[in-house]
Design a protein. Sequence first.
Length: 167
Amino acid sequence: MLLEMVRMRFENGDWFLEMGGGEWWWSMVVMVGYDNNLNEELNQLLEEYAGVFTMPTELSQYRSFDHKIPFKTDNVSINIRPYRYPPTQKDTIETMIKELLDSRIVRPSNSPSSSPIVMVKKKDRSWRMCIDYRHLNKKTVKDKFLILMIEELIDELHGALYVVGNG
């Protein structure tokens, strides 16, 4: 995968860095002051660990835990029949699924549950494969999260030298 790096300098001399390629990006904001030596150190670190930012071609064999979906009732089985697709989309779906299987990102399933695939056209006119989990979502226990006020978050960043995150 091609790795791109975009640099934008803010008026106050701080830097905003984005690394990525295709559909994924990693972002870093350097705040409060700017130092040329720091820029060189950051570039060295980013180059040294560029492999961290590449897309995986397969899933790791190690999993410390299995994800569980909490359902409203026991013995939930969702079995929605597949949607109909034109032959061109069927070919695209088969190719995408073969790539996912070959990369070991997905595996064949014997589950009694199934959800249909939805093909969505991207800006570049290619297709994105999505799964329609609406029926599954209706039977799951919803999480409740407090919504933080943006002003409070900005106050907590006051004086920060680095803010790093996935963007």
